[in-house]
Design a protein around this ligand. Sequence first.
Ligand SMILES: C[S@@+](CC[C@H](N)C(=O)[O-])C[C@H]1O[C@@H](n2cnc3c(N)ncnc32)[C@H](O)[C@@H]1O
Length: 231
Amino acid sequence: MPFLNSSYEKWGNLNPPQPHLTKVDIEDKNSFFQIKYDKFKELDFYEIFGNNRSITIEIGSGKGEFIATYSRFYPEKNFIGIELKDKRIMTTLKKLDIENNSNVRLLKLFVDSDIVKYIRPESIDELIIYHPDPWPKTRHHKHRLFQKSFLDSIYPILKIDGYIRISTDDLNYKDWIVRLFNERDDFESMYPEGYSMIVPDDHLWTYFDEIKSKEGYEPCFMLYKKKVSGL
Ligand SMILES: C[S@@+](CC[C@H](N)C(=O)[O-])C[C@H]1O[C@@H](n2cnc3c(N)ncnc32)[C@H](O)[C@@H]1O
């Protein structure tokens, strides 16, 4: 069975028809879901969610398939989607409702190695980065999210044994990411080769999985666990 069909069976329709939202609906959703970010202050997850449940952060949450759906299956976890584009935040907001996604918040922000300045040390259980922009031209590689400085910054904010889940359909970017992790001893790959082309059982098919696989590009998956440096 094609993976998209099995993903549909497991997670349901990831892109159901969106209700028309009035200005008031949008304001209500915005005030509930969007974190008002003060760049001089660390995010306080207890203040945001009113509980101390585990925290999963998705960087580049795009059109919101993952965060809107996964969060309904795992109400015992909290989720934060960080996305830089307003339009994509709006598309995600349409998929969220306050009753079923009370464990979700969105943050409009460009993520880079400054992430370490606004997230407390050892406070994140899981980081999801599906289809980060690949910046394929060599002269643009400096814009890629995955850099040594980025891994240096996410190391302290993840809990020990916390996971980073990554996917990309760009083989050059996959090699780049695997190389960056191979150069350090503070993360352990859950895949012997550093990546896998087999879709993990619990993977939720995102918008970019969909459009890229239609173009003939299958996603590669990476899964890294934070460990104590030097062990
Ligand atoms: C290729 S799309 C993938 C979206 C989604 N994860 C998926 O799999 O369908 C990359 C997304 O990341 C966002 N993005 C790229 N760089 C970012 C950054 N540095 N900080 C936050 N969002 C970023 C883009 O706006 C875009 O929505």
